[in-house]
Design a protein around this ligand. Structure first.
Ligand code: ADP
Length: 243
C-alpha cells in the first residue's frame, strides 16, 4: 500500500491535507566536530511519521534525540540527506522559508512549558495566530476551542504562574497546535510531571493527535507512555530503528 492510499482517509482538521507522510527523513547525516573529534550522531538515518501517527523516541541521554528533533523541526540543518515536511523538501528552502515552515507547519512542546509569563493562557494561544495573520476574533475563538479540548478552558484567563505543571503543559500543547501544524515535536513533554499528571497530559495529547491527523514525534524516557504510542524508535549506530 503506498502512502497516498494509507493516508487517503485521514482527516486533518488542524492543517491542510497531505497525501504523504507528514515527516520524512531520508539518509540523514549529522555530525559535530571534525578529524579525531568527529562525533557522528546520525549516519544514513531514515524516519517516516505519518499523519495521525504517534511515534515515541526513546534513547539514552547523549544518543541524539534532541539533535533529531532539531533537524525535524528545521532548527538545524543536516550535513547530508533530505527532510520532507508534507510535500516540501526542506534543505532546498531558504532560511526565510524554513522559518515560515517552522512557525506554521511544526509545533514544538518542550519539557518546560516556555509559555509567555506576562500573558494569559488564552493570549499565549492567540499571539502565534496573530503572527500568522488571523484576526483577533478568529484567533480567540480557536484558542477557546483548543483550551476546551485540552480541558483547560476554565483556566483561559490565568497566567502560567497561576497554573499547575500539568495545566501549563496542556496549554503549551494547545499553543503548539494553534496554527494547525502538520507535525508536532515534543522533547520530554511530561518529563517534569508526576506519573498521574503525566498520564493525563499524555491522554490529552494523544487524543489531539488522533483527532486532528497531526503527526507526532515524542522523545520520552517513559516506557509506559511509549507503549501507548503507535511505534517506538531509537537511535543506534547512527540509524533510527524500530524497537
Ligand atoms: P540527547 O538529546 O539524546 O541527550 P543530543 O542530541 O543532545 O542527545 O546530543 C547528542 C550528542 O551530540 C551528545 O554527545 C552531545 O554532546 C553532542 N552535541 C549536541 N549538540 C552539539 C553541538 N552543537 N556541538 C557539539 N556536540 C554536540
Amino acid at each position: 500500500m503506498n502512502s497516498e492510499t494509507q493516508n487517503h482517509e485521514t482527516q486533518n482538521i488542524a492543517g491542510e491535507n497531505s497525501p504523504r507522510a507528514a515527516l520524512s527523513m531520508r539518509n540523514i547525516d549529522r555530525f559535530y566536530g571534525d578529524g579525531d573529534n568527529k562525533l557522528h550522531i546520525l549516519q544514513g538515518a531514515n524516519l517516516d511519521v505519518k499523519q495521525g501517527e504517534l511515534v515515541a523516541l526513546i534513547a539514552p541521554s547523549g544518543a541524539g534525540k534532541s539533535t533529531l528533533l532539531h533537524l525535524a523541526g528545521l532548527l538545524e540543518r543536516p550535513n547530508g540527506g533530505e527532510i520532507h515536511i508534507g510535500q516540501n523538501e526542506c534543505s532546498a528552502l531558504s532560511d526565510r522559508q524554513r522559518t515560515r515552515m517552522r512557525r506554521f507547519d511544526v509545533g514544538f512542546v518542550y519539557q518546560f512549558h516556555h509559555l509567555l509569563p506576562e500573558f494569559t493562557a488564552k493570549e499565549n494561544l492567540i499571539i502565534p495566530q496573530l503572527i500568522r495573520g488571523l484576526s483577533r476574533k478568529d484567533a480567540g475563538e480557536r484558542a477557546e476551542i483548543l483550551l476546551n479540548y485540552m480541558r483547560i478552558g476554565h483556566r483561559a484567563e490565568h497566567r502560567p504562574a497561576e497554573l499547575s505543571g500539568g495545566e501549563q503543559q496542556r496549554v503549551a500543547i494547545a499553543r503548539a497546535v494553534a496554527n494547525g501544524p502538520r507535525l508536532l515535536l515534543a522533547d520530554e513533554p511530561t518529563g517534569n510531571l508526576d506519573p498521574e499528571t503525566s498520564e493525563y497530559v499524555f491522554e490529552a495529547l494523544s487524543k489531539l493527535v488522533r483527532t486532528t491527523g497531526l503527526a507526532a514525534l515524542i522523545a520520552t524516557h517513559n516506557h509506559g507512555l511509549a507503549a501507548k504510542m503507535d511505534r517506538t524508535v531509537t537511535i543506534e549506530n547512527g540509524k533510527i530503528i524500530d524497537i
